[in-house]
Design a protein around this ligand. Structure first.
Ligand code: AGP
Length: 602
């Protein structure tokens, strides 16, 4: 998804904007641009295809001797129009007065062009240029800039999700902001103000942010922020303070964020335990309103996308076995448009790292319209899904920058386990077991070299791979497969091993890598048989088994914790294998092609 940053009232805007774009790179993009201006009206527009580093080089060279005190910048993920410098943002009006960056899609841009912009010369193929030309037109019709900006927004198709940031060259230190479904925050400080898609991107300027709401329009000046709600009423929105350290959003000594985030999982597990248990081992941090509301339900519906959906498949087991509540897990994009028949008293749990996934937000909108209660477990608090649900709980994984989600997955599984234990007795000391989980995660991540070797030998020159398992391991197999395919581009399937004989086994050829996750005692024998079946057909079988179930020849013996918590350990080798297979192919581990960290469009 595109990324937006802007600053005003700072001594030198360019460094803030370039650092901000670098911190937004994880969102996925293919071109970038920056517009700078100062109070005297001096300005510069620089755009470039490819990486932000290329834009930075060009911008620094072209602005020698000029320090903008305000500016807007953007990373573009091409939707309307190819990847070209002309199509990169900021887009500008024909007379170089207005400059605009935009996240989202303007569904009715053709109708708007035909109705309002006959004869206007367009230089790009983007729908964004239509928006900035509209502002210019309404300005020339005599409207003041705030009114022209609002008029443009009022003409957009009702379903359009958007984030806009506009500068008027005739008032060069004022930023005009509009937000609907595409996250935008205003950073406030006494040494300049900012606008950003992600608070962490502006952490070098401030830690205090105002979360804009859908329909808000903000006018951000060097020393003031004025916000109007959807009805045009001026509103006061309290800022929140971002609780992260700047270094949390840096790679530090790591070559890639993904490896750093895999390594952080042991600490994350400890932080989660520290947050949800007091020193005496009593549960804390879960409001009784949440557990009371869930206890009134006759069925839980977990709704999520991608890796978060896979975490829900594990959480289901905890809610059913410990809380004794029937639980369904649904893919958000399916549930949104094909809602199944619901129980009489449903309760919804949304799982999301970003808290901004459009598919999940669509479901939350529908659920709220039907009057059902909802809880969001998210890594990014102050996000749409946390704000718009009735309840929210943090998964406390810390900023997750790599597109491939790792620590957010284990954090979501952990917090679901803790929540389920607040609803029913697990039958063992969960706090003590979670402490063991943290120790064992550390033990596995300390053995990276083993997984580097496995990845390089099993996956070299392979175009397909399989992860199989039974029970909880079948759910982990889905997550393991997603990790490998989304960053190494090796076609990988994860599924229930018992299904092999119903079709998939026909794909097994000589050397096909089949990873087996074997941690569930009840079905271990059956899974061993399935491993033998694929081996007999030439597969290269790589088994990761729990200590008590391991056999000679297994590729790796997993340390043992309570069987229901073994997904937290079984997933770690899969994360590392995905990482090393990708590295071995010389690909960008953190920024895989076509993918974005937060999918804020449906
Ligand atoms: C996982 O590696 C992917 N990046 C993706 O599947 C992600 O989990 C999915 O888009 C859901 O995102 P969310 O957790 O922010 O809602």
């Amino acid at each position: 998804m595109c990324g937006i940053v802007g600053v005003t009232g700072v001594g030198d805007a360019l460094p803030y904007l370039l650092q901000g774009l670098q911190k937004l790179e994880y969102r996925g993009y293919d071109s970038a641009g920056v517009y700078l201006s100062d109070a005297s009206g001096k300005d510069a527009l620089i755009k470039e295809k490819g990486r932000v580093s290329k834009l930075a080089e060009k911008a620094i060279a072209e602005t020698k001797g000029f320090k903008g005190t305000a500016g807007i910048a953007h990373t573009r993920w091409a939707t309307h129009g190819n990847v070209t410098v002309e199509n990169a943002h900021p887009q500008k009006s024909a007379d170089n007065r207005f400059f605009l960056v935009h996240n989202g899609v303007i569904e009715n841009y053709k109708e708007l062009t035909d109705t309002y912009l006959q004869g206007v010369h367009f230089v790009s193929e983007t729908d964004t240029e239509v928006a900035v030309q509209l502002v210019d037109k309404f300005s020339k019709d005599g409207m003041a800039t705030p009114d022209a900006f609002r008029k443009m927004i009022s003409l957009l198709d009702g379903n359009s999700a958007y984030g806009f940031l506009l500068v008027d060259h005739e008032d060069p230190e004022t930023l005009y902001v509009a937000k609907k479904k595409s996250p935008l925050l205003v950073g406030v400080s006494d040494h300049g103000n900012a606008v950003t898609s992600d608070a962490a991107a502006m952490i070098d300027l401030t830690k205090d942010f105002i979360e804009l709401r859908d329909g808000d329009i903000a006018i951000v000046k060097p020393k003031s922020v004025t916000i109007y709600d959807e009805a045009g009423e001026q509103v006061n929105r309290e800022p929140f303070t971002l609780e992260i350290d700047p270094e949390d959003t840096d790679k530090g000594a790591y070559p890639y964020y993904m490896l750093k985030e895999i390594d952080e999982q042991a600490v994350v597990a400890r932080n989660i335990a520290g947050h949800y248990y007091d020193d005496e081992g009593n549960l804390q941090g879960i409001a009784p309103e949440i557990t009371d509301a869930i206890k009134k339900a006759d069925r839980l519906y977990i709704v999520a996308a991608g890796t978060s959906y896979h975490a829900g498949l594990i959480g289901k087991r905890y809610f059913e076995q410990w809380a004794k509540i029937p639980t369904e897990v649904h893919i958000a994009s399916e549930f949104a448009y094909d809602q199944p028949m619901l129980s009489d008293k449903p309760f919804f749990i949304f799982l999301s790292q970003s808290g901004e996934t459009a598919d999940s937000r669509e479901v939350l909108d529908n659920v709220k319209k039907q009057g059902f209660p909802a809880l969001t477990l998210a890594n990014v608090m102050n996000s749409t899904l946390t704000r718009e649900a009735d309840f929210a709980l943090p998964v406390l994984a810390g900023p997750e920058i790599a597109v491939a989600s790792t620590k957010a997955y284990t954090a979501q599984v952990l917090v679901q386990a803790i929540l389920a234990s607040a609803l029913g007795n697990p039958g063992f000391d969960l706090k003590a077991e979670l402490a063991k989980v943290a120790v064992e995660i550390q033990a596995i991540t300390d053995e990276k070299e083993s997984f580097k070797k496995i990845a390089e030998s099993a996956l070299k020159n392979q175009h397909s791979a399989f992860y199989i398992g039974r029970g909880l391991d079948a759910a982990v197999a889905l997550e393991a497969a997603l990790k490998l395919k989304e960053i190494s581009y090796i076609q990988t399937e994860g599924f229930a091993a018992g299904e092999l004989k119903h079709g998939t086994i026909s794909l097994i050829e000589d050397g096909t890598p089949v990873f087996a996750l074997l941690t569930q005692k009840k079905t271990a024998g059956l899974l061993r048989g399935e491993v033998a079946q694929v081996a007999a057909r030439g597969a290269n079988t790589i088994v990761f088994a729990s200590e008590s179930l391991a056999k000679d020849g297994d590729a790796y013996v997993l340390p043992e914790v309570n069987e229901l918590l073994m997904p937290l350990l079984a997933v770690i080798p899969a994360q590392l294998i995905a990482y090393y297979a990708t590295l071995d192919r010389g690909l960008d581990v953190d920024r895989p092609r076509n993918l974005a960290k937060s999918v804020t469009v449906q």
